[in-house]
Design a protein around this ligand. Structure first.
Ligand SMILES: [Zn+2]
Length: 215
């Protein structure tokens, strides 16, 4: 019974954190910013584009603010979280490569995307180990592993150890941190429940991580 109460309390706690993040997200993206497609933004974008893909992208916060949308800046540069089920890719079944929305780094393939039931796009492995970096994240009273783009340091989401085979990892990412480069002519196969046939469904969303993950 005590164990059950603890689980319920934990779930309520996590639910409150997600709700708080969602509220903060709405406040931040509604706030007026200097975002705009002005000449300075175009100059910074051209500078980022000119950096070879095997080199790091380093900009100041002010420069990131100019070229990212308010929602992207909040998630990618301030480690915010977008609301579940109200984002672009959580239920997207198009084939292609998911790029970092800030720097264009190729991060995840649609071949490793699965239905997690969390409301966020979820993958069981990155395209390559060196595409991302994993950092310990103890904010919000939870011990989690943060996922960042290895090229520009932008926050992508978190990784948990309750994913499907073959890795048993769940990279739970924010849609605003990603940009899908769709394979030409890809539509995606979806069954009557909106779930790709044969895909694994996570029944234990938001379960805290049980061990340190190394990738
Ligand atoms: Zn990046």
């Amino acid at each position: 019974m005590n164990g059950h109460r603890m689980v319920c309390r934990l779930k309520l706690h996590e639910g409150a954190i997600v709700a708080a993040f969602s509220l903060l997200y709405l406040c931040c993206i509604a706030a007026p910013t200097s975002f705009g497609d002005d000449a300075e933004a175009a100059r910074i974008r051209a500078r980022v584009k000119a950096v070879p893909m095997n080199e790091k992208v380093k900009l100041t916060n002010d420069q990131w603010r100019r070229i990212l949308t308010p929602a992207q800046f909040f998630v990618m540069r301030e480690a915010g979280t977008e609301p579940p089920f109200k984002n672009e890719y959580w239920n997207n079944h198009e084939k292609g490569i998911y790029l970092c929305a800030a720097c264009g780094n190729e991060l995840f393939s649609s071949n490793t995307k699965f239905e997690s039931g969390t409301g966020w796009p979820s993958f069981y492995q990155p395209l390559a180990k060196d595409k991302i970096v994993i950092l310990a994240d103890n904010t919000g009273g939870m011990k989690r592993q943060e996922v960042r783009c290895a090229r520009c340091g932008s926050h992508l989401g978190h990784v948990f150890n309750d994913g499907p085979p073959p890795t048993h990892l769940r990279y739970c990412l924010n849609s605003v941190s990603l940009k899908l480069k769709a394979t030409k002519g890809s539509v995606g196969v979806v069954d009557s429940e909106g779930i790709q046939p044969g895909l694994w469904r996570c029944q234990r969303a938001h379960r805290p991580i049980l061990k340190i993950i190394t990738v």
